[in-house]
Design a protein around this ligand. Structure first.
Ligand code: P6P
Length: 323
């Protein structure tokens, strides 16, 4: 089986960017080792602080953030770093050609219950007329991403990655190599599985409520077919399932709560996942607009996320009156 190093070469990824991707992957192997040891490594439980999101940080959030930040700031190719766990942009090498944003450990609430968690990352070209510590480095539409990926720390440690071509899947072997296990991920245009946190039903717009209730009605309702539901509580696990066996994932705007713009962050959750999904033939929208076309307003901006099977996303858009 082909290593990720060889695949990057075959995909004609520039040596600088390939080196940068491998820096992220090297950090992910350190994180994977700590995740796998869990309590034995003394990494579980909560840290005594909150992040910019107002969320209580888990020890492993902080550890994973520090591992990635240290590795990236030591890279000559990285001008700027942004993280879910960092209030502001962190300046790297002023001559670096790229900027990197990440959610170091997505799905933190799953850490202490041995649930699925993962690292989500995205790479853009650096903005030459902006300072290395300026948020302007990340005020780029998702379509400008040159690389998007996640590492899922599950029963297997798996890497989903696109550098502009197809979304590919790699599995971490026991000798520490990421080996290509699926050359081109493809999401079927139709599906029978949806993924949403139903406990928020009362917060959604009536059109959204009606769409979800249509899925729940199955073949007894207008959809004429039954649907199954899954919810991992970790975007990385739910989107991985969509990439592997199809479906639609939704985190809509909660109109009556502080999450009126949705919960998921545009820069280091929605955009990288949207690129992986689109490169696998799926669709990813905030509503009428594709996620990758959203012009960011701030570093930790939240957006609604509806992504997955193209025809099912269209069915959602039609129910919302957009299509
Ligand atoms: P809820 C994890 O905290 C996260 O940011 C995403 O990974 C996940 O999809 C979502 O929040 C889960 O949210 O409503 O289930 O707590």
């Amino acid at each position: 089986m082909q290593s990720v190093e060889l695949q990057l070469t075959q995909d004609q990824v520039s040596p600088d960017m390939a080196e940068l991707v491998l820096t992220v992957l090297s950090a992910s192997k350190t994180i994977a080792h700590k995740v796998r040891r869990g309590a034995l490594a003394g990494v579980l439980g909560s840290a005594a602080q909150q992040n910019v999101q107002g969320e209580t940080q888990k020890n492993l959030d902080v550890i994973a953030n520090d591992i990635l930040k240290e590795a990236l700031l030591a890279s000559p190719h990285v001008r700027s770093v942004a993280s879910e766990e960092e209030d502001n942009v962190v300046a790297g090498n002023a001559q670096g050609g790229y900027v990197v944003a990440f959610d170091p450990l997505d799905g933190s609430s799953n850490i202490d219950i041995n649930g699925q968690i993962g690292t989500i990352f995205t790479i853009y070209r650096a903005v030459d007329d902006a300072a290395a510590d300026s948020p302007a480095q990340f005020a780029q539409q998702g379509r400008a991403q040159v690389c998007a990926g996640y590492v899922l720390y599950g029963p297997s440690t798996q890497l989903a990655l696109t550098t502009g071509g197809p979304s590919r899947l790699y599995t971490l072997d026991t000798d520490g190599e990421y080996l290509l296990t699926q050359a081109e991920l493809a999401i079927a245009v139709d599906c029978q599985e949806f993924s949403i946190n139903l406990s928020n039903l009362r917060h959604w717009a009536p059109t959204t409520q009606a769409y979800i209730q249509g899925l729940q009605a199955g073949k007894d309702g207008a959809r004429g077919k039954d649907f199954n539901m899954r919810w991992n509580g970790a975007m990385v696990g739910d989107v991985h399932r969509v990439l592997m066996r199809g479906g639609i994932f939704l985190y809509p705007a909660n109109t009556q709560s502080k999450l009126h713009n949705g919960k998921l962050r545009l820069l280091y959750e929605a955009n990288p996942m949207a690129m992986l999904v689109e490169k696998a033939g799926g669709k990813a929208v905030i509503g009428a607009q594709a996620i990758l076309d959203v012009l960011p307003e701030n570093l930790h901006q939240r957006v609604p996320v509806i992504l997955g099977a193209a025809n099912e996303v269209d069915a959602f858009l039609s129910a919302e009156g957009y299509a």
